[in-house]
Design a protein around this ligand. Structure first.
Ligand code: AMP
Length: 304
């Protein structure tokens, strides 16, 4: 039995426009994408808040994937909303509107049964809330964390306090540059590692992922796809596959991290094939493992 993963993050209604279509108020949020992706590998516990407009029907996705929702509270008010669009360059989302709603007054109280979680993912959310959650966990083995430009610009001091307690930071390339205050990605990565995390995983959209870990750098491409409809949630699906693979492996070393990066990339590649969580909720282990093998073939080479 794999160790459990605790995730705190947003559960949201997203309105998304891509060059291939648009969708209004569909289920999204960092915790949602993360937990569904991770659920294929290990048991998942979610901490988040939703409003009265979040129906039992919306909870169906969590139930289908046997995600523990004891820490998902429903309070008066509206669920978090995010509105974004993508141009033909699907690598960068343009945020049109963010409504924190019930997250504005959220004070996360971690259920007793969650407090001994070994794997913790601080999904993209107010860094103050990320830290408050982390302080309630007894002795986590691995703490990973995501964030975005919204928080780097708006709450930099709080973010720096949070990432001091993080083992693995998983953010995209423009966020690394912004946080490291440096145009060159490698230099920026070194500066970000100076803020506390032992490992930095840089998400680079369709160009894949770079991991900085001690003195070593590992790179993986993204899976080449003909049909990419909606990149929303790719980062969280990546993190879900990555943390899921870590929890499943039980060991913590660079070999496991590297394999986790490939499982993360596999989950992200499935997620972008359809809108919202449509593809992610409809997978099986055999499909995941098959794409993992295709990844191996994609990146395999030998010395002469
Ligand atoms: P990503 O995996 O980076 O594409 O994240 C997509 C998800 O992040 C969307 O489903 C949004 O609901 C959520 N999101 C966007 N902005 C924020 C924010 N400021 N805080 C928390 N979640 C957000």
């Amino acid at each position: 039995m794999s160790a459990s993963i605790l995730v705190v993050g947003s559960v949201a209604f997203d309105s998304v426009k891509t060059p291939f279509g648009e969708a209004h108020e569909i289920l999204g949020g960092s915790a949602t994408y993360f937990s569904v992706a991770a659920s294929y590998f290990a048991p998942v516990r979610v901490v988040a808040v939703v409003g009265k407009d979040f129906s039992d029907e919306h909870l169906g996705v969590f139930r289908k994937h046997k995600i523990d929702i004891e820490g998902l509270t429903r309070v008066a008010g509206n669920t978090f909303r995010w509105k974004g669009e993508y141009g033909y360059d699907l690598n960068e989302a343009r945020t049109l509107d963010t409504k924190l709603n019930v997250f504005e007054t959220f004070n996360p109280v971690i259920p007793e049964s969650y407090r001994s979680s070994e794997y913790v993912f601080l999904g993209n959310i107010d860094p103050e809330l990320q830290l408050r959650v982390l302080q309630q966990i007894k002795r986590p083995r691995v703490v990973a964390c995501d964030t975005m430009n919204f928080w780097i610009k708006g709450t930099l001091d709080a973010l720096k306090r949070t990432i001091q307690h993080v083992d693995i930071l998983i953010i995209n390339d423009s966020e690394v540059r912004m946080l490291g205050d440096e145009a060159n990605l490698v230099r920026a990565a070194r500066k970000v590692l100076g803020l506390g995390p032992k490992t930095l995983i840089v998400k680079r959209g369709e160009y894949g992922v770079l991991m900085f870990h001690g003195n070593s750098i590992f790179g993986a491409p993204a899976f080449p796809l003909e049909d990419v409809y909606d990149p929303t949630g790719a980062g969280d699906s990546f993190a879900g596959g990555f943390m899921g693979a870590l929890a499943h492996a039980g060991e913590i070393n660079e070999r496991v991290f590297r394999r986790g990066i490939i499982f993360g990339s596999v989950m992200a590649s499935f997620n972008v094939e359809k809108f919202s969580l449509e593809r992610l909720t409809d997978l099986n282990r055999a499909e995941i493992d098959e794409r993992f093998r295709q990844f191996k073939a994609l990146t395999h080479f030998e010395e002469l």
